[in-house]
Design a protein around this ligand. Structure first.
Ligand SMILES: [Zn+2]
Length: 506
């Protein structure tokens, strides 16, 4: 096609180009553009534009491979010429030109082939525009993968971007492998990631809000006022999809109620109306933001953090009592020290021997009994939380949960000489409605915490982030990767028949 359009000969003037011509293009050291290709018709019918096996293997639309040589150090030298009809058309006026101005050798960077670095040598033609009125005198050939002045093929960029977005490697690592610079790899990643992240989030029934420490804060002095302004906050507020598979929905810099409300205000009213339950840690700041922006939603407190508070109170009592008894901090050999690991365990996970050890140790004197009171308070609180459907198998009634919480308050009131228990009871009563809602709905922030782990991993791989915007993009891609993977492979699993019988060794 291109061949008949040009209808002439291109002479290669340099020896290296001559070699290319000799090998692939013609016997007399010139590129015979008039030669025809036997399979062209049926290849075109099948939608194949390549002329030969080597070109098909190389797989770049618009290039015909003329020679391939394995060089030293695993470098594959690939010589190619243009085989693309539109390349002969002037970009200014569209006139198809058959006049050659000069030939140039381009050496764009390309993807590796079977692990080998490819040294692509594209012999391309600069043509004269045939249209006398066209302001453009000459132009070089262009193909979809390599626009003019482009020194990296589009597929290499795409590969580098997809590796960072899909495989979770850093742009630096992708750049090293592709043989490009960090900014190129990062731009490729941005081009791959932003369209994914800009898609509006689907409706979320259960929303999780959590904070995430992103790194060190950075400040700069305002040149006018001289006051310090925050360039990068130490904290991010993250929003998670707890009921679906969307992972991290978004992040916002800072962790004040205004920061959280700002992100929620950016969502559509329909999206906000669809949120039924919001789960937060015991954090009154986020509670305020949720009450302001999602007044209809049920607010729940993450139960892990509730139990954590009770466990911490037990430990605080133990440490205070040990200091009062021995006049020093606890150490190995103290009976109280020997059960400190058992005290933080769930009661139902203790073996009879372990339970007996706790009772023996704490039953000796008034010091031990003080620790026992705190331990029992913890278990009384857990009794209320254990009414959730995940443990019992049936949805609890609000009255039952409040009844068990009352039993916990009652126990704390009986031991009002233990200050830690009073503090714990006060905190629990302040969050009682949210705790009861959490027990009834069974919504926890566990997904948020697991995604926070991914976010930390991402920051470690990058050796920390200087730019919070880049960090948000990378973390969000990392925390939605599973969702994309699942939605791609949303086919039912194949089932295998299982007989349930062991194979007969005889
Ligand atoms: Zn032109």
């Amino acid at each position: 096609m291109l061949l008949s359009v040009m209808g002439g000969r291109v002479r290669f003037v340099r020896s290296s180009w001559l070699r290319a011509c000799r090998r692939g293009l013609g016997a007399r050291g010139s590129y015979d553009l008039g030669s025809s290709h036997g399979h062209q018709d049926h290849q075109e019918a099948a939608g194949i534009v390549f002329e030969d096996t080597a070109s098909a293997l190389f797989g770049m639309e618009g290039l015909r491979v003329t020679d391939v040589q394995a060089g030293p150090g695993g470098v594959l030298e690939v010589w190619a010429v243009t085989d693309y009809p539109a390349a002969a058309a002037c970009p200014e006026c569209g006139t198809v030109s058959g006049r050659v101005h000069e030939t140039v050798l381009a050496r764009p960077r390309d993807v590796r082939r079977a692990g080998d670095v490819v040294d692509l040598r594209w012999v391309k033609v600069r043509r004269k525009c045939g249209n006398g009125e066209c302001p453009r005198k000459t132009f070089t050939e262009r193909i979809p993968q390599l626009p003019p002045r482009c020194r990296i093929t589009a597929r290499l960029r795409e590969q580098a971007g997809a590796e960072v977005a899909g495989r979770g490697i850093t742009p630096a690592e992708a750049a090293r492998h592709a043989g490009v610079s960090w900014p190129v790899a990062h731009d490729a990643f941005t081009a791959a990631a932003d369209p994914l992240l800009e898609q509006p989030a689907a409706v979320v029934a259960h929303l999780g809000i959590d904070e995430h420490r992103r790194g060190r804060a950075r400040f700069a002095a305002d040149p006018q006022t001289g006051e310090y302004i925050v360039l990068a906050d130490r904290w991010h507020t993250c929003f998670f999809d707890l009921s679906g598979q969307q992972g991290l929905l978004g992040q916002v810099q800072g962790r004040t109620a205004d920061d959280a409300a700002y992100w929620l205000a950016g969502a559509t009213p329909a999206w906000r109306d669809a949120v039924q339950v919001v789960c937060i840690d015991l954090c009154s700041i986020y509670a305020a933001a949720v009450r302001r922006m999602l007044p209809h939603a049920t607010l729940t407190a993450d139960l892990f953090h509730v139990v954590q508070l009770a466990v911490k109170a037990t430990g605080d009592v133990r440490r205070r009592v040990v200091r009062a008894r021995y006049g020093r901090r606890g150490r190995a050999g103290d009976p109280e020290y020997g059960i400190k690991g058992l005290l933080v365990r769930n009661l139902e996970h203790l073996s009879p021997d372990q339970f007996a050890k706790i009772i023996d140790t704490l039953d000796r004197d008034r010091y031990g009994q003080e620790i026992a009171a705190a331990w029992i308070a913890k278990e009384k609180l857990r009794d209320a939380l254990n009414l959730r459907a995940r443990v019992t198998g049936s949805t609890p009634g609000e009255r039952d949960v409040r009844g068990r919480l009352f039993s916990f308050y009652d126990w704390c009131a009986q031991h009002d000489d233990i200050p830690e228990l009073l503090t714990l009871a006060r905190t629990i009563s302040r969050w009682e409605d949210q705790i009861v809602a959490a027990v009834i709905t069974g919504v926890t922030n566990a997904t948020s915490e697991s995604l926070n782990r991914l976010a930390k991993l991402e920051a470690r791989q990058a050796y920390g982030f200087r730019n919070p915007l880049n960090q948000r993009r990378r973390v969000r891609i990392a925390c939605t990767r599973g969702y994309r993977r699942r939605s791609r492979s949303a086919t039912p699993k194949r089932t295998h028949p299982v007989t349930g019988r062991k194979p007969d060794p005889g």
